[in-house]
Design a protein around this ligand. Structure first.
Ligand code: NDP
Length: 327
């Protein structure tokens, strides 16, 4: 059976205007695949990197890495999903900005009844990222202190609540006082407006001069130096994004005199490429959401046809929490 699905596609890299809405054929799933009819799609900053060309790819390409919906057909060998299941995913390859698609099943997870489709679309990529940052990247224990940039964003508000639920002190940063208040309301112990304050000095003051155990920095170019200077000796720098631009090349030798610092540059897709690991990580995320420890805050909704406007808003730092595309 072949149907068509309205899909947001790019034929060239560039600004938000490169999106075109096209009808694309959707066939039957092959071995290890499913066909899913989406209820909603998630918007993520990685979509901006892919659209702009910071992360180049073969074109034309439908974008989007996260969505929720109903399983319509199941290919040979898929055992963890069946027709009619509610499901959600963060997955490669891109192509989630569409009404329906055929895709590999391994990273698609059955969605618990207590989680809505909108929440599913808003939380998988961001929530699984927080899961691996807090549980699979460096040992973190109750009482540890983490510095987290862009704490009022999609990943950020989940991280604030996750930290609170694990007894971890999270010092957030954000670009406005209103965003700082939002991060505090979601569990950040402190939040610094990094556009108006000397945030690295403030982090030192908040930690009695000691610095933090871990920095989680997805702002990139603008914050990298200050982040390293905010760490305790033996502290861990997790550089996991480039919202302000990629971190410029640096001399590894600077990590020694700053206190034998550690640094890693992880990506979610390494962690979820293993089917069992992906499903386990999702179970932990779902438990946090179903228990109410983590609430998924959707502050922006755009119809799929307005995907260009959604990208403009995200890049302009005008969003808080998660953004979804509705169908
Ligand atoms: P957000 O909702 O957090 O939006 C990005 C935020 O970054 C903005 O709202 C803004 O917050 C802040 N920011 C700082 N400087 C800039 C700038 N120059 N331009 C634009 N924004 C800026 O996005 P997501 O939740 O989708 O993602 C957060 C980050 O995490 C991204 O960098 C993303 O790439 C990264 N990420 C990495 C993953 C990985 O596995 N490596 C997986 C998932 C996300 P403010 O106004 O408060 O400064």
């Amino acid at each position: 059976m072949t149907t068509t699905a309205r899909t947001a596609v790019i034929h060239e890299h560039g600004g938000p205007d490169v999106f075109r809405i096209e009808d694309r054929p959707v066939g039957d799933p092959g071995k290890g695949e499913i066909r899913i009819r989406h209820a909603a799609c998630g918007l993520n900053f990685i979509d901006v990197y892919q659209r702009s060309g910071l992360y180049p790819m073969q074109l034309p390409q439908a974008l989007g890495m996260e969505a929720s919906g109903t399983v319509e057909a199941v290919g040979e060998g898929v055992t963890h999903l069946k027709v009619g299941d509610r499901a959600a995913y963060a997955a490669q390859p891109p192509g989630a900005y569409t009404e329906a698609r055929v895709m590999p099943a391994a990273q698609v997870c059955p969605l618990p009844d207590g989680i809505s489709f909108d929440e599913g679309a808003a939380m998988m990529l961001k929530g699984l990222t927080v899961q691996y940052l807090f549980h699979r990247t460096t040992p973190l224990k109750r009482g540890d202190t983490v510095l987290f940039h862009a704490a009022a964003g999609g990943v950020g508000l989940i991280a604030c609540q996750w930290a609170r639920s694990e007894g971890i002190t999270l010092i957030g940063t954000a670009g406005t006082d209103e965003k700082c208040q939002l991060a505090l309301d979601h569990g950040a112990s402190h939040c610094i407006n990094y556009r108006t304050q000397d945030w690295a000095a403030e982090v030192k003051a908040l930690t009695g001069g000691a610095g933090v155990d871990v920095v989680m920095d997805a702002v990139g170019a603008d914050t990298f130096d200050g982040s390293l200077n905010s760490l305790k000796p033996l502290g861990m720098m997790i550089s996991f994004g480039n919202a302000s631009g990629p971190v410029p090349p640096f001399n590894l030798g600077i990590l020694g005199p700053k206190g034998s610092l550690k640094i890693t540059r992880p990506t979610l897709f390494t962690h979820i490429s293993d089917h069992a690991a992906c499903q386990d990580m999702a179970q932990m995320l779902f438990a946090k959401v179903v228990s109410g420890d983590v609430k998924i805050r959707i502050d922006q909704r755009f119809p799929l046809v307005d995907v260009a406007e959604a990208h403009r808003t995200l890049e302009a730092r005008e969003t808080t929490g998660s953004t979804i595309l509705t169908l």
